[in-house]
Design a binder for this molecule. Sequence first.
Ligand SMILES: [Zn+2]
Length: 281
Amino acid sequence: MALAQAGSVALPQLRETRVLGNPYVFVQNPLYAPVTFEFDIRGINLSLSREAKFVQVFPARSLSLAFWAKPTQNNAPWAFSYSWHYIMGDINAVPDGSVYDLPFAPGQSFGINQGYDGAFSHQGKLEYALDFALPEGTPIYAAREGVVVAVESWFHIGKIDPSLQLCANYITILHSDGTFAYYAHLRFGGSLVKVGDSVERGEVIGYSGNTGYTSGPHLHFHVYRATSPQGSWQTLPTLFKTSLGLTQLAQGVSYTRPENKFSLEAPRPSAMGSSTPGKLR
Ligand SMILES: [Zn+2]
């Protein structure tokens, strides 16, 4: 899973400052998503503001103290060093069970040419990925609202070659529950959104294509969450609204996106329901 590339947004960095000679280490996170860091601190004659090994989630677009260090005995030599890992996303995120819209126009029908646990490439952490058989240039609609956290759109080659795995154009969108949606193999220049944009469910965000490691034009879609600061993540099974009702999508089956976007949603709250909380974003 690539983070945002150079040219779109900077990556998280550590900032160290000294206060009365003691180091204070901050995390500067310029991403539009939280990041989970793990620190491993070693040293001699060392007192720390926290345990020597810890995991912490830092909010999107923030500068936050990670830890400070000082000598335990002031007049003795002391030294310290640390290492760290991070991943984009909150490893404590809990999927809220949201239902997804099919990522193409209302009324259109497309098949799944590789589903969950698909033999070609949907194994391991990609177990719950879906390949929609979209011809190149098909408008892609956001399956759920969120904030665009990564975009790649300058690749232009696609074929069955694993060395092209990191050469797919894509859009990654953060949802309110901390999960991400990943839309991949978009055509060259095929993103209509940029990092930092808020997108609505059902908004056109780009155009499908055939870039990266592919066996032909399609849209690869998955929802995932980060699972460890060492860089691991896992795709998640998702329910979609289809003309057949709410369902997980199966390989070899064609699905139609309902025309009426409200037909399968819960009844709207009445005017009496003034305590209904607003939509969280
Ligand atoms: Zn796929």
